[in-house]
Design a protein around this ligand. Structure first.
Ligand code: AMP
Length: 526
C-alpha cells in the first residue's frame, strides 16, 4: 500500500490527510486501516511514533455518521496522550466536522459535562475520568460503534484493568474493539480473549534489515526547541552534502522555510512538486549549490546521489525499515557517513526498538552548547582558511581589498573578513519543556516518586541501570536516591528528566510493574 487513495476514503477525509502532509500510509496504517474499515476487531502492535493514532483515527472518522451521539470511545493511559489523540482526530475530522472531546482528570468536570451535552461523536479519555462520567450518567455509550484501548500495555501496567473492564461492560456487545499496544504480553492476550471477537493481530512485518556502513548517533531533543537544536547540530558538524528527513510534506516546507530564513543553504523535496521543480532541486543538490536537502521518505526514495556525508532524521522514522532506507543514503561507495537522529522523550522507546531490530549501535549525544558550537566553528574556519591559502588563486581578492590593506593592520582586515563570513546567529534557548512543577528537589534536579521500594527488592544500582538502559541517561545525571519499604524517591538532572519520565512512567524493574511520577514538594504529604 503506497497511497492513501487506495483506501478509497471519502473526499473530506482524504482532503484532511492531504492537508496534514502525509504522503503515504505508515506500515501500521497500511495494515490497520482496511481491517478497521471492514469492521473487524483489531490488535495493532505499534509504538508511539509509528502513526498508530491515525491508523485507528482515519477509519473511525471515515465511518462516523452525523448522529451526535458518542460513536467511538478511545481510552488512553494519560491525559497528555488523550490531548494528543484528540488533536489528531480534530485534524482528520476537520472537513467532515466530526466532533471530538478529550476528558481527563485534572480538568473541570463541569466544562466536560457541558461539552458532552452539546453532542460529540468521538470521546477520548483516561479510564478514571471516563468512569466518573459513566457514573454520573453524563457519558452515554448505548450507540457506541467502536472502542479503542490505546497503549493498552501501559494502561494495564498502571493498574487500570478494573476500570477498563467496567467501561467495556457498559458498551454494546456488537461494538468493534480495537486494541493498540507496543507489546503483546499475556495480560493483553487475556484481555483480548475475553473482550474481542476473533481479532486480527496486525504487526508490522519487518524482516531482516541490515544497516550500511554508517556511524549512527542520536540527540535527545525536546519538541519545542527541536529547530534550535537542529541548527546547533548542523553548526557543529562539517556537512558538505546532507539530507534532512521530515515526516510530512508540511514539515518539509516549514523546516525549509525556517532554515532558509536563518541563512542555511537548503532546498525542499516532496511529492507536491512538479517533475520540473524536482529536477531543479536535485540539480542544485548535485552541484553543491545547496548543502542540505530536506525531504520526505517518499521523495527521497528515487534520488541517487553520491557523496552524501550526513543523513539527519529531524523526525524519527516510523519503523526500522524506513530508518535503514534513510540512512542508506549516506556511506556510499565505501565512504563512511554519519546518520543523526533527533529523538524526543515520547519517541525514545521507538528509537530503542529501531536500535534493537537493526542491530545498530547508536551513541547518544547531547545537543551542543553555544560554546561547543563556537569552538567547533572556529576549528572549521581555521582549516578552511588554511585550505584556501594552499589552493591559491587569491589574487582577485587582494585586488578587492584595494587600499584597505595599506590603511589597516592586515590582521584586523583578516578578522573583519572572518567576522562577516562567519556571522552566525545561533541563539541560546531553554531546554525546559516538560514542566514538572515543584517536586521538592535540589535546585537543577527533578524528584520522582517511584511506586516500589525495598519490598520489591529494589536497589539503587537496579534503578541506575534501568534508567541508563531505558532512558539513555548516564549514571552521573542521577542524584539522590531514597529507597523506602514500599516506595522510592529519585532525583534526576532537569535536562534528563523528561526522558526518564517518558521511559519509566510505566516499565518493569525486577519483574515488578513500576509507575513513576513527579514527586510532590513535601514527602510527608503522601
Ligand atoms: P503516533 O505514532 O500516532 O503518535 O504518530 C506520530 C506522528 O506521525 C504524528 O505527528 C502523526 O501526525 C504523524 N503521522 C502519522 N501518520 C503519518 C503518515 N502516514 N505520514 C507522515 N506522518 C504521519
Amino acid at each position: 500500500m503506497t497511497d492513501f487513495r487506495e483506501f478509497e476514503l471519502s473526499r473530506r477525509v482524504q482532503q484532511a490527510i492531504d492537508d496534514m502532509g502525509f504522503e503515504e500510509p505508515s506500515p501500521i496504517q497500511a495494515a490497520c486501516i482496511p481491517a478497521v474499515l471492514r469492521g473487524v476487531d483489531v490488535i495493532g502492535q505499534a509504538q508511539t511514533g509509528t502513526g498508530k493514532t491515525a491508523a485507528f483515527g482515519i477509519p473511525i472518522v471515515e465511518a462516523a455518521t452525523p448522529d451526535m451521539t458518542v460513536q467511538a470511545l478511545v481510552i488512553t493511559p494519560t491525559r497528555e496522550l488523550a490531548i494528543q489523540v484528540a488533536g489528531e482526530f480534530r485534524k482528520i475530522g476537520k472537513y467532515k466536522r466530526v466532533r471530538t472531546l478529550p476528558i481527563y482528570g485534572g480538568q473541570s468536570i463541569v466544562h466536560q459535562i457541558r461539552g458532552l451535552q452539546q453532542g460529540v461523536q468521538v470521546v477520548i479519555g483516561t479510564p478514571g475520568r471516563i468512569m466518573d462520567h459513566l457514573r454520573r450518567g453524563t457519558l452515554k455509550l448505548h450507540n457506541l460503534k467502536t472502542i479503542v484501548l490505546d497503549e493498552a500495555d501501559e494502561m494495564l501496567d498502571m493498574g487500570f484493568i478494573e476500570d477498563i473492564e467496567a467501561i467495556l461492560k457498559e458498551t454494546p456487545s456488537d461494538r468493534q474493539t480495537l486494541l493498540f499496544s507496543a507489546t503483546f504480553t499475556s495480560d493483553i492476550k487475556r484481555l483480548a480473549l475475553r473482550y474481542m471477537k476473533s481479532p486480527e493481530h496486525l504487526t508490522v512485518n519487518r524482516g531482516e534489515v541490515t544497516v550500511p556502513l554508517t556511524d549512527q548517533v542520536y540527540y535527545k531533543v525536546l519538541e519545542r526547541t527541536k529547530l534550535e537544536s537542529l541548527c546547533r547540530i548542523i553548526d557543529s558538524e562539517e556537512i558538505s552534502l546532507g539530507i534532512i528527513f521530515c515526516r510530512t510534506k508540511r514539515g518539509v516546507d516549514e523546516l525549509a522555510e525556517a532554515l532558509i530564513s536563518r541563512g542555511y543553504l537548503v532546498d525542499a523535496l516532496h511529492g507536491d512538486l512538479s517533475q520540473a521543480q524536482r529536477d531543479r532541486v536535485m540539480k542544485r543538490f548535485r552541484t553543491n549549490d545547496i548543502e542540505l536537502l530536506i525531504a520526505t521518505d517518499v521523495a527521497a526514495r528515487g534520488i541517487d546521489v553520491e557523496n552524501v556525508t550526513h543523513v539527519i532524521n529531524y523526525d524519527i522514522p516510523q519503523d526500522p525499515e524506513s530508518y535503514v532506507h534513510r540512512i542508506g543514503r549516506t556511506g556510499r561507495a565505501g565512504k563512511r557517513g554519519l546518520a543523526i537522529t533527533l529523538v524526543t522523550p515520547r519517541e525514545f522507546k521507538l528509537l530503542k526498538q529501531i536500535e534493537r531490530e537493526t542491530h545498530a549501535k547508536m551513541d547518544g549525544r547531547d545537543v551542543p552548547s553555544l560554546e561547543d558550537v563556537a569552538e567547533r566553528q572556529a576549528e572549521i574556519w581555521r582549516s578552511r582558511i588554511v585550505d584556501a591559502i594552499q589552493e591559491g588563486g587569491l589574487g582577485q581578492y587582494r585586488a578587492m581589498l584595494g587600499d584597505v590593506i595599506d590603511e589597516h593592520d592586515p590582521i584586523d582586515v583578516a578578522c573583519a573578513a572572518l567576522k562577516l563570513a562567519s556571522a552566525n546567529d545561533t541563539q541560546a534557548f531553554e531546554q525546559a519543556d516538560y514542566d514538572f512543577g515543584d517536586t521538592g528537589a535540589t535546585p537543577g534536579m527533578v524528584r520522582f516518586f517511584v511506586n516500589i521500594g525495598r519490598s520489591a527488592r529494589l536497589s539503587p544500582s537496579d534503578l541506575v541501570r534501568v534508567i541508563a538502559e531505558e532512558a539513555g541517561v548516564p549514571g552521573q545525571t542521577i542524584g539522590k536516591i531514597d529507597i523506602f519499604d514500599r516506595f522510592t524517591f529519585i532525583e534526576v538532572e532537569k535536562e534528563s528528566a523528561p526522558f526518564v519520565y517518558e521511559a519509566l512512567r510505566q516499565s518493569r524493574i525486577n519483574g515488578s510493574r513500576v509507575n513513576l511520577e513527579p514527586a510532590k514538594p513535601r514527602t510527608r504529604s503522601r
